[in-house]
Design a protein around this ligand. Sequence first.
Ligand SMILES: C=CC1=C(C)c2cc3[nH]c(cc4nc(cc5[nH]c(cc1n2)c(C)c5CCC(=O)O)C(CCC(=O)O)=C4C)c(C)c3C=C
Ligand SMILES: [Fe+2]
Ligand SMILES: [Fe+2]
Length: 356
Amino acid sequence: MSSTAVILMNLGSPDSTEVKDVRKYLHEFLMDKRVIDYPYLFRKFLVDGIITRFRAPKSARAYRSIWWPEGSPLIVLTKKLQSALQAELDLPVEISMRYGNPSMKAAYDKLAAAHKDLEEVLLIPLYPHYAMSSYETAVEHAVAVHRKQKYPFRIRVLQPYFQEPAYVGALAESIRPYLKEEVDYILFSYHGVPVRHIKKGDITGHHCLQSEDCCWVHSDAHRFCYRHQVYATTRQVAQALGLTPDQYSVSFQSRLGRDEWISPYTAGELATLPSKGMKRLLVVCPAFVSDCLETLEEIAVEGKHTFMEAGGTSFTAIPCLNIHPDWVRALAGWVRAAGEEHPQWKAPAGQRKVAL
Ligand SMILES: C=CC1=C(C)c2cc3[nH]c(cc4nc(cc5[nH]c(cc1n2)c(C)c5CCC(=O)O)C(CCC(=O)O)=C4C)c(C)c3C=C
Ligand SMILES: [Fe+2]
Ligand SMILES: [Fe+2]
């Protein structure tokens, strides 16, 4: 695999906590048609006229509260993962962000300049689950930049790994030490998405959200169903940890705007769990593999406040996988498996099998 390299793809953060940088980042993020999927002019009106104008100062304050001396936690932790994986693999590993810096083009350019004989780049989206607004947009963007710039190497993409034993195992091991504490309940809080996105992604046209138990009834729709995939992760992690159904549940955080998002919402759960006797809580956020604004501020600060105000007595936000050794080994194992034409790696349609 001497002519292979890896790119870890994450979401991205603003360049700094200044309102102008946060506004620029939010603009790029929210003008993505896979994130706010309204017709262009309406999206532009919403994003320019309302969201970035009023949200940017508020988001900048939130970023300021979690920012590290080295920069955004999400970027710093992705760089740490890069170093850890590089040490495990002895292959070039770069990082790229869907929004902001370092960009996808910068990562490809760096590899192309440093490794003239590079034949293949393995792309690893740092999203375990498929969502139009996360995994899909990252991959579509990576493919589009690769095509446009006509790089001499080919690319392959790691498929969503929400039920891969190595990911589930790493997640379970990252949670296990916290179960030694006296706890009443574990909340699995995932980033939410609009209900419309789940329905749009239903390739059968008649499965998703058409019944209470859609996510547990086998369907081809599940290949692209974020809701199914997060429940699958949760069930498998719970099984690995020996949790019974009364000891945990799933909720969805980070809702933006007035549309209906998939529920139950995390904030509501945090406000009601103490009254049901769940006063000592662990919260884990498996949709994020690196800690970020949504885990460090929305959960660990705001979420904790909501829960304690409602009568909770202890609240622990479990860190994301970040550079957990089992997670680094999982990634390294998948990269090694790529040498054997493993089905978990897919080439984008239309790409030549052999580099030019
Ligand atoms: C798990 C993957 C993610 C999905 C799915 C997702 C969907 C989604 N997000 C927004 C809007 C915002 N998300 C923001 C931050 C943010 N989102 C993710 C991941 C997913 N988003 C991460 C990792 C982060 C943190 C970034 C960081 O710098 O730490 C933000 C910005 C912060 C804020 O102003 O609150 C917005 C906005 C939508 C609308 C959406 C699906 C439609
Ligand atoms: Fe988000
Ligand atoms: Fe479903």
